[in-house]
Structures are given as C-alpha cells and as structure tokens.
Design a protein around this ligand. Structure first.
Ligand SMILES: [Zn+2]
Length: 258
C-alpha cells in the first residue's frame, strides 16, 4: 500500500524497497528508501491496528500490554545505514520515519516531535515532497546501484526448524492425501484413507528423494531407506528398486546410492 502511494511521487528520485543490508557484521532491513538530491529518507512501515497510547517512550495497548516501539528498531536501522554510507564514501543527510499505514490505528498522546506519519497524513506528506525541487546526479544513481548490489538474498532454507531422524515420522505417505495409512498389496501401495494406488517402486523412489532433500549430507543406504520407508519388509525388494533408479557405489556393507 505504501509502495503504491510513494510511486505517485513526481519528483526526480529513486525508491528502493525491502532492502536487506549488512554492515560491520550487523544485518538490517529497510522497508522503503527514498533517494533525493539533498537527502535520503528511510521508512519503517507498520500495519498496527487498534487503539494505543504513548507513554514514556512506549507504545501501550489499552490493556497495558506493550508493543515494541518501532522507533527503537528505526534508530538502529538509521545508525547502521549511516555507517554503510560512510563505508561507501557517500555523504548525505539521512532522515528516518515510521509510517503507520493502517487507517484503523490510533495512537493517543503521540508526541508531535516524533517522526511518526499516520495514515491520514501520508497524502499530505507525499504532496509536500512533490512540491520540492530535486535533481539527481550520476552519484545518486551509482549509490542506488551499489545498495542493490549489497542487498542480501535471503536463503529460503535458513528459517527451517531444526529436525533430526528421531523426530520425523517414518513410513510411506500417500502422494494424494499425505496420509500414512498405506498398505502394500503386491506391486502397489494402497491408501486406506483416499483409496489411491501407487506402484511400490514409485513410492520408494519418492521417499528416497524426500530423504535426500531432508538429509542432504547423509548417504542413501538400503538400511537407512528400510528404516525410512518402514513398511517395506523385504530388503531385497528395496535394493532392487534402489539399483534400478539410482546410481550404485561401493560394495556390500559400504554400498550406497546417489
Ligand atoms: Zn491417500
């Protein structure tokens, strides 16, 4: 919502959104950053809703529960961003503010001097910037490019919960309904919940791939897959399927598959 409002800026400026940056080993995130000729503005966007009141640097809910004051986070972001500018040899004033984007947010006793911009003030705020004259130089554009290059791509796996073999439910699950109520009937796996049939060979292959995804550092062996699939009682059957669908390395008790 804020992005679409700030896009309405008609002045010459550069807008960078959702930056994840690092300086002196500290990571920080900037929701929205506006580069103008004489100033950089950082915006922290908050979508709080409801009635709150301000009291000695705290934002409190009517029931006294506290929500974290975004200014604390913002001053950290601002300070780290200044350090980064210093490293990049770029000198420009930085101004940071909190945007409360939700029109259903009220903050009683909000001090006027705090850099808060409430929903009803955003339009005016944009108009005010639009009335300023600003012209960018090649240096501003270079700075924006540098910041984009420094932007850290988040590893999608970094937020995975910790897990190990012991915790994970073993057994073949149904590819259609995910149930573990699988029975083996001859060449096929039968799901007693949704009545889906799947070739045992296919099911084993699928489960080996799950195993490899979950435990990329572990070697795939017949014993491990036997424990993993749980319901395949015949090791010969497992071995045959593994040999057929994966590359086989090593001999006897050292053999594994990739
Ligand atoms: Zn099923």
């Amino acid at each position: 919502m804020f992005d679409s409002l700030i896009e309405k800026l008609e002045i010459e400026c550069l807008i960078l959104n959702d930056l994840l940056l690092k300086v002196n080993n500290k990571t920080f995130q900037i929701d929205s950053l506006l580069i103008k000729n004489n100033q950089i503005q950082i915006f922290e966007i908050k979508n709080y809703t409801g009635d709150f009141y301000y009291q000695s640097e705290q934002i409190l809910k009517k029931d006294q529960s506290e929500i974290s004051n975004p200014l604390i986070q913002l001053s950290r972001t601002e300070s780290l961003f200044r350090q980064l500018l210093l490293k990049l040899n770029f000198s420009i004033p930085v101004h940071a503010s909190v945007i409360f984007i939700n029109p259903e947010f009220t903050l009683y006793n909000a001090p006027m001097e705090k850099p808060y911009i409430f929903s009803g003030q955003i339009k005016n705020f944009i108009n005010k910037i639009n009335s300023q004259h600003t012209q960018l130089t090649i240096q501003h554009k270079k700075l924006a490019e540098k910041l984009l290059r420094l932007h850290l791509k988040v590893n999608p796996y970094q937020n995975l919960p910790a897990y190990d073999h012991q915790q994970i439910k073993k057994g073949i699950n149904c590819p259609r309904c995910n149930s573990f109520s699988i029975l083996i009937k001859g060449w096929k796996c039968y799901c007693s919940d949704c009545r889906n049939f799947e070739l045992v060979e296919k099911a084993i292959e699928r489960n080996v791939n799950d195993f490899r995804l979950l435990f990329p550092n572990e070697k795939v062996t017949t014993n491990k897959i036997s424990d993993w699939c749980k319901i395949i009682s015949s090791k010969q059957r497992l071995q045959r399927t593994l040999k057929k669908n994966f590359n086989h390395y090593g001999k006897q008790q050292w053999s594994y598959y990739e």
